[in-house]
Ligand binder design. Structure first.
Ligand code: SIN
Ligand code: CO
Length: 383
């Protein structure tokens, strides 16, 4: 279990002073930090087909990028390269534990755990992210520079690498194991390894209004909900045929607004949107469907754990109507079991004592059978 120490700051103080506002170094945010995964295991994961990985290197001042899965690293030498894995939480239960201390932020904001291994001189280059990110230094040291928020000239260092022009440093530090660097969106930054080193970035996605609007339009089209024609049955004659009247303008806007104001439609869209995984899940549906009796018995003995990277959320507004969203789908359940569903959505692991009140509830068993069959939750040893 990783325990986050915000250096005398409460979580609320961190949120008020820094979150989305300015970068900060949190020295020894994780005391006695040990990498959740060895460098060898990390390199092995980047050899898997379903994993999104990149190798970045600089040769004679020229950036190079290669994309995984990789077969070997022997050709790379001892310097100036880094290996980056996206959504490591989907593939390593141990690494996913690093996300847990950040549950003081709602997980619908979470994107993924990205990690990198770098040899001395290795870097991904100077860039700007559209993310809030906590960069947790693992073993080895890295030199980090963070610049002021602003407009920076983009540099296409390689067709797959969007960098920014050199920037003046606001933060210029060497991070050691357990140190954390928080960077809000828009601040240019660059980390360069001083030694072979690991780094773990917990990224929080910031959706743009336009991505929501475009996702909503797709949802309406996919569900045949947006085809209603704009109406003007109470029209009166005009003498200015070239004019869009103020009333027409307001009516067009209102009819679009009505789509957004329909909480049934928008709620279903946003629930699916926020729980859709961006990176492939390491799904292993059960080979044989679970039996209800078996699930009832095992719930008294074992804990249940959510698959790494699986997104499951409920809305404060509708949980008591028996609605939640899991992996892009709306899931309905008998409203009585809402407290148990909250446990599943709010925690990575739920232990048998927490489920004591639910393990004999037939509606909860039905839901668990479904989630276990899909491979969304799996059994773990009780602590
Ligand atoms: C890295 O791990 O090297 C890159 C992290 C980042 O810049 O977000
Ligand atoms: Co970055």
């Amino acid at each position: 279990m990783y325990k986050l120490d915000l250096n005398q700051m409460t979580q609320d103080e961190f949120l008020t002073q820094y979150w989305q506002k300015k970068p900060v170094v949190i020295r020894q945010g994780f005391k006695d930090f040990v990498d959740p995964i060895s460098m060898d295991e990390f390199a092995g994961i980047a050899m898997e087909e379903t994993v999104q990985s990149r190798l970045l290197s600089k040769k004679d001042g020229q950036w190079q990028a290669e994309f995984g899965p990789f077969e070997s690293y022997g050709h790379l030498g001892e310097r100036d390269w880094s290996l980056v894995i996206q959504a490591l939480d989907n593939f390593s239960e141990e690494a996913a534990e690093l996300i847990e201390p950040f549950r003081f932020l709602p997980h619908w904001r979470l994107d993924d755990l990205m990690a990198s291994f770098a040899t001395p001189g290795g870097s991904v280059g100077p860039h700007v992210d559209n993310y809030d990110v906590f960069i947790c230094q693992g073993s080895g040291k890295r030199h980090w520079r963070v610049g002021h928020r602003g407009q920076y000239e983009e540099v296409i260092a390689h067709e797959a690498l969007l960098h920014v022009a050199p920037f003046e440093a606001l933060i210029d530090v060497t991070l050691e194991a357990g140190d954390i660097l928080y960077i809000p969106p828009g601040y240019p930054h660059e980390g360069v390894a001083l030694e072979p080193s690991m780094s773990f970035s917990i990224g929080f996605r910031a959706n743009s209004a336009i991505s929501l609007l475009s996702g909503f339009a797709d949802h309406l089209i996919d569900n045949d909900l947006g085809g209603k024609l704009l109406e003007d049955s109470s029209r009166q004659s005009t003498t200015n045929s070239g004019e869009v009247s103020s009333a027409d303008y307001a009516s067009l806007k209102q009819q679009l607004q009505n789509l957004l104001d329909d909480d049934q439609v928008f709620g279903n869209f946003i629930g699916g949107f926020l729980t859709t995984a961006k990176h492939e899940l390491d799904l292993m549906p059960s080979e044989e469907p679970f039996e209800r009796d078996e699930v009832r018995e095992l719930l008294g003995i074992h804990g249940i754990k959510r698959l790494g990277g699986l997104r499951a959320f409920y809305f404060e507004e509708t949980i008591n109507e028996g609605i939640c969203f899991i992996n892009g789908e709306r899931v309905s359940f008998v409203a009585d079991i809402a407290p148990a569903v909250k446990l599943l959505c709010n925690n990575l692991t739920v232990m048998p004592d927490e489920l004591a009140a639910w393990k004999n509830n037939e509606d909860f068993i039905s839901l668990m059978v479904k989630l276990l069959d899909l491979g969304y939750w799996f059994w773990v040893e009780a602590e």
